[in-house]
Design a protein around this ligand. Structure first.
Ligand code: SF4
Length: 455
């Protein structure tokens, strides 16, 4: 086993480009200029609402979440969030657009009570009604759901329910600090099914601490038996600042700049945690591969590197596909990310600062980056590569660039390694390429972003 195959500390998942570490507070004037300009013609608009509360912190979690807030704090946060939505509504960049997608993410949006959710949604919709939206997604932790809360969500127009199941084994759920247990999964799933949400998604994580082949097979079997519209599987990573990354046994530093399983060329010092606790990358890929093969046998199709769908013609991913094709999105809530008129923005990441800025009637922007046209092209190319396929025509029409020729060196290196095939009209990932797509994407980073930390 090489160090490269062990699960080391650091980010693996590439969520955006340029990397977050390149976004700066000094660029905030660009964000304000973008918000005060009219929208680019034909650009869809979405709204992300971050609900940062969780019952318990999962040991692998690196998100900005709070487990110690009381009802009064929740109220203060909701008021701030509403103020932020209102401020965005007044910006010229909205134009005559209505929101095409809404995403309640977390944290745990389902941590809120049915009454809090009703109040929040009614107030948000005064500014951004979503009755015409193509998708309203709501992330849930199974143990926070009751039948009446799901009924409320259905009435409020939620179309896509994403259940953070992660694993079906109580010992593994507990070892990884999850708040829910398996009995709550089946109960919540049945309630949701009975209410006929348009799409129910199940999230799993391959490689939670304590995972075994036998247990993983059992998880895949139980998932298929539940027959959700889609299944999303992430590979466990060990970002910095998680309970695990602090707790786990640090045994040997890798040389600076070594190519680990995280972002290629990451120059941050990388430590290897005890492989007895966390599966190595080849094993996690084998688990995802197994799950995808079993789901394919059960009639599911590949929708992306992480997602299988039961009925591809009917099951859409409006939030995902809009972002991967350059939509605008207001990211509201503490530490949230957004993109407006060619500028990346992130909110301040401290509760006090977030609330205080909104109390003063200011958008709580913390850092930003204007994305150059060539970077927008790279960003879309990398994100869409996660679907396993790029169409050259799309990029020629939108950016006037032939991506096959412009990135020929990158493609040929990855083709030699067996990760993709290239034709003049399309790039197609092989199975091996799709299973480790996030590890391949830094091939297309500009040189100055290859040697920085990703977050
Ligand atoms: S439920 Fe999600 S957001 Fe909350 S602590 Fe766990 S991983 Fe983090």
């Amino acid at each position: 086993m090489t160090d490269q195959e062990k699960t080391g500390l650091g980010n693996y998942f590439v969520a955006n480009y340029p990397p977050f570490s390149a976004w700066k507070e000094s660029n905030l004037p660009d964000a304000h200029a973008a918000l005060n300009a009219p929208p680019r013609p034909g650009t869809p608009l979405g709204l992300y609402l971050h609900i940062p509360f969780c019952r318990k912190r999962c040991k692998f979690c690196y998100f900005r979440v709070y487990t110690d807030k009381n009802a009064r704090d929740v109220e203060v946060y909701m008021d701030a969030l509403l103020k932020e939505v209102e401020l965005y509504r007044q910006k010229p960049v909205v134009g005559d657009r209505t929101v095409q997608f809404v995403y309640f993410g977390g944290g745990t949006p389902s941590y809120l009570s049915a009454a809090q959710l009703r109040s929040l949604c009614e107030r948000v919709q005064k500014h951004f009604p979503w009755n015409q939206a193509a998708e309203v997604t709501f992330e849930c932790e199974p143990g926070t759901l009751q039948q009446h809360k799901l009924e409320t969500l259905k009435q409020l127009g939620v179309t896509r329910l994403s259940l953070g199941i992660e694993n079906f084994n109580d010992t593994i759920l507990e070892a990884n600090g999850r708040a829910h247990l398996s009995a709550e999964i089946f109960r919540a799933y049945q309630w949701a099914r009975d209410l006929h949400f348009t799409q129910i998604n199940i999230d799993l994580i391959a490689g939670m601490v304590g995972e075994t082949w036998d247990n993983w097979r059992d998880c895949v079997r139980k998932t298929i038996e539940l027959a959700p519209e889609s299944v999303t599987i992430y590979q466990m990573e060990l970002p910095y600042n998680t309970v695990f990354s602090r707790e786990l046994n640090t045994i040997s530093p890798l040389p600076t700049g070594g190519e680990g399983p995280g972002v290629r060329g990451d120059a941050a010092p990388r430590h290897v945690v005890d492989p007895a606790h966390v599966a190595d990358w080849p094993t996690k890929r084998a688990w995802v591969d197994y799950a995808f093969a079993e789901m394919a046998n059960a009639g599911y199709s590949v929708s992306s590197a992480y997602t299988m769908v039961r009925e591809p013609a009917k099951t859409k991913f409006v939030y995902r596909d809009s972002l991967w094709h350059g939509a605008d999105m207001f990211g509201t809530g503490v530490a949230s990310f957004g993109h407006v008129n060619g500028v990346h923005v992130q909110n301040v990441d401290r509760w006090e600062h977030y609330v205080e800025r909104l109390h003063r009637g200011e958008l709580p922007l913390g850092r930003a980056m204007r994305v150059a046209p060539e970077q927008l092209l790279r960003r879309e190319m990398m994100l869409q590569l996660k679907t396993g396929r790029l169409q050259a025509d799309y990029f020629r029409t939108k950016f006037g660039t032939d991506i096959v020729g412009a990135f020929a060196d990158g493609w040929s290196q990855l083709q030699e390694d067996g990760f993709l095939t290239v034709t003049p009209s399309a790039i197609e990932l092989t199975r091996a390429g799709l299973l480790q797509v996030d590890r391949l994407l830094p091939t297309f980073f500009e040189p100055e972003h290859r040697s920085t930390r990703y977050t």
